[in-house]
Design a protein. Structure first.
Length: 267
C-alpha cells in the first residue's frame, strides 16, 4: 500500500510539473492594440533605415525582382502632440513602380493618425483614429477622399509592421495577437505572431547578432502563406524577413549603416 501511495504521489508531482512547464512554454497570448501596454515605443529609434527586398519565383529560376526601400523615422510635433513620422521611398528598376508613403502615429502608443500612399500617378490619403478612418478631404488629388470605415476597437497600421515588431517585448514562449489594418482595404483583423526560437544572424556588415524569430501563417484569397522575421534581442532591430506565398518567395534584408545614403537631402 505504501509503494502504491508513493507512485501516486510521484505521478501527481509529474503532472503538476508538466502543467507548470506547459504554462511557461505556451503562455497566454498578449493582445496588442494601441493602449494595450504591450508595445514599448521607446524601443523605436529615429533615423534612416534601408532594406534590400527581393522576390524569387521558383518557376522562373533565372530571374529575381529587386526593390530598394528607404524608411526615415523622425519624432515631430503635430497639433500639439509628439508623433512618429515615417517617410518611405520604394525603388525598383522601373520608375513606374516607384512608391512613396507618409505615416504618422502617436509617440505615446503608436496610434495611427495619418497615412498616405502615392504611386502610378495616384494618391490615397487617410485621417486615422481609434474609432475609424476616413479619406483626408483637405489633401489635393486624394482618390480616397470619400472613404469611411468605423472601427469597433483601436488598431495598428499594418504598413508599419517593421516598426511595430521592433517595439514588442519579444522572448521565448511569447505569442502576440495584433489588431492590424491595411488602409483602404479589408476591415481590421487580429493576426497571431509567435516567437518560435532564437538564432544568431550574420549581417551584411559581418556582425554576429542574436535574434528572436517571430513567425506567422495564414491564408489570403484561399492561398496559404508563411512569414518569419528576425529581430535583434539587444537593440530590437528588424534585420531580416522571409515570406512564402503561392510559390513566390520574398526576402527583406536590412542594409548596414555604412551603405551610401542616395537620398540625403531629398527626404
Amino acid at each position: 500500500m505504501e509503494k502504491i501511495t508513493h507512485w501516486i504521489l510521484m505521478i501527481i508531482h509529474l503532472l503538476i510539473l508538466l502543467l507548470t512547464t506547459g504554462n511557461i512554454l505556451f503562455a497566454q497570448a498578449d493582445t496588442v492594440y494601441p493602449g494595450s501596454q504591450h508595445l514599448h515605443t521607446g524601443f523605436l529609434k529615429p533615423g534612416l533605415t534601408q532594406y534590400l527586398v527581393f522576390h524569387q519565383f521558383p518557376q522562373h529560376n533565372k530571374m529575381l525582382l529587386f526593390q530598394y526601400w528607404v524608411r526615415d523615422i523622425s519624432i515631430e510635433k503635430k497639433n500639439g502632440i509628439e508623433v512618429f513620422t515615417i517617410r518611405e521611398h520604394w525603388y525598383t528598376a522601373d520608375s513606374n513602380e516607384y512608391r512613396t508613403f507618409l505615416s504618422v502615429g502617436s509617440l505615446k502608443d503608436f496610434t495611427p493618425l495619418y497615412h498616405s500612399a502615392t504611386g502610378s500617378g495616384k494618391m490615397a490619403a487617410y485621417n486615422w483614429g481609434n474609432t475609424g478612418i476616413e479619406g483626408a478631404d483637405t489633401v489635393n488629388g486624394n482618390t480616397k477622399k470619400d472613404f469611411h470605415l468605423a472601427f469597433d476597437r483601436p488598431n495598428f497600421n499594418w504598413h508599419l509592421d517593421i516598426e511595430t515588431f521592433e517595439m514588442l517585448p519579444l522572448a521565448i514562449g511569447k505569442t502576440f495577437v495584433i489588431n492590424f489594418y491595411d488602409a483602404g482595404l479589408t476591415p481590421p483583423a487580429y493576426v497571431t505572431y509567435k516567437v518560435t526560437g532564437s538564432e544568431t544572424l550574420r549581417t551584411l556588415d559581418n556582425r554576429q547578432v542574436a535574434c528572436w524569430k517571430l513567425s506567422t501563417s495564414g491564408s489570403y484569397n484561399g492561398k496559404s502563406y508563411t512569414q518569419t522575421f528576425w529581430i535583434s534581442q539587444k537593440e530590437h532591430e528588424f534585420l531580416k524577413e522571409e515570406d512564402a506565398f503561392d510559390g513566390r518567395l520574398r526576402y527583406k534584408v536590412k542594409l548596414p549603416g555604412l551603405t551610401p545614403d542616395i537620398l540625403r537631402g531629398h527626404l
